[in-house]
Design a protein around this ligand. Structure first.
Ligand SMILES: NC(=O)c1ccc[n+]([C@@H]2O[C@H](COP(=O)([O-])OP(=O)(O)OC[C@H]3O[C@@H](n4cnc5c(N)ncnc54)[C@H](OP(=O)(O)O)[C@@H]3O)[C@@H](O)[C@H]2O)c1
Length: 256
């Protein structure tokens, strides 16, 4: 039988895990026996709710830290090391998705998007690979980083760069026995996903009909399953798995 990477007792940092995809990943990794660092920026109540679920399956801590800042990233690693030990798995999940037509974008918008969606994974990953050997990094990219979507240009740029970072880092991190992969979801049933539908003035049913081949939105738990697969399969590195209900083909057709 092929040996899989064992998550049991591994210290897993999941950024942005108060709700949505990050929460589903934190719980999934706890169910696999990992010790979880739950992270949120502002919503402590949501972080505590995730931690409660994590503690039912395994154990963890809550680290309140804004990973878009250097201070926040330092605090996150400090909390992890002091309370749980050396991190083994880093899930760069925290992200912001704000729709803004290209002609309206400004410096403030660019900075928020790049600091959160790209620089945070870059600097956290740099800290991880420069200090530790053996482990796994997963970056939460997006379909928007592969196929263009109106109003999501800056978001798409950050996610495209994150996909590129995943491939480059997998080459250099291999020497440290660290695998690096990414997941690129289409629209997922979370607060971020809901706000996109609202702006498009579409309900779940109509969006799914127009933009998916499967006729349904993606559940956060399905994304978490994909993350789990990428962590456990020791032959996966430098890869991007798209989980988009077939949305890539549909988006191109719809906007023609
Ligand atoms: N939902 C989708 O359709 C979709 C599709 C493709 C990719 N994604 C990506 O998947 C990831 C998760 O998205 P989601 O839909 O689950 O989002 P969400 O429902 O908005 O949840 C985002 C989580 O990230 C935290 N967060 C945001 N900025 C942070 C920061 N600077 N530092 C620490 N935590 C921060 C939030 O905590 P606070 O509220 O406390 O700040 C919250 O817990 C993102 O990277 C997103 O780009 C989402």
């Amino acid at each position: 039988m092929v040996e899989m990477y064992d998550i049991k007792d591994k210290v897993c940092i999941v950024t942005g895990s108060g709700r949505g995809i990050g929460k589903a990943i934190a719980i999934k990794l706890a169910q696999a026996g990992g010790k979880i660092v739950v992270n949120v920026r502002t919503h402590e109540d949501e972080g505590m709710q995730t931690l409660e679920e994590v503690n039912k399956a395994s154990s963890g801590i809550l680290s309140m830290a804004d990973v878009s800042t250097e201070e926040g990233r330092k605090k996150l690693f400090r909390d992890a090391i002091e309370k749980l030990g050396k991190p083994d798995i880093l899930i760069n999940n925290a992200g912001v998705g704000i729709l803004e037509p290209f002609e309206n974008i400004d410096e403030k918008h660019m900075q928020l998007m790049f600091n959160t969606n790209l620089y945070s994974p870059v600097w956290l990953s740099r800290e991880f690979v420069s200090k530790y050997d053996n482990g796994v990094i997963i970056n939460m990219a997006s379909l928007a980083g592969i196929s263009p979507f109106p109003g999501l240009s800056v978001y798409g740029m950050t996610k495209a760069a994150l996909i590129s970072m995943t491939k480059y880092l997998s080459l250099e991190a291999a020497g440290h026995h660290i695998r690096v992969n990414a997941v690129a979801p289409g629209v997922v049933k979370t607060r971020m996903g809901d706000s996109l539908l609202k702006i498009m003035n579409l309900d779940e049913k109509n969006f799914s009909k127009k933009f998916t081949l499967t006729g349904k939105l993606i559940d956060p738990d399905e994304v978490a399953d994909t993350v789990l697969y990428l962590i456990r399969n020791e032959s996966m590195t430098g890869q991007v798995i798209t989980i988009d209900s077939g949305g890539e083909q549909m988006a191109t057709d719809y906007f023609r």
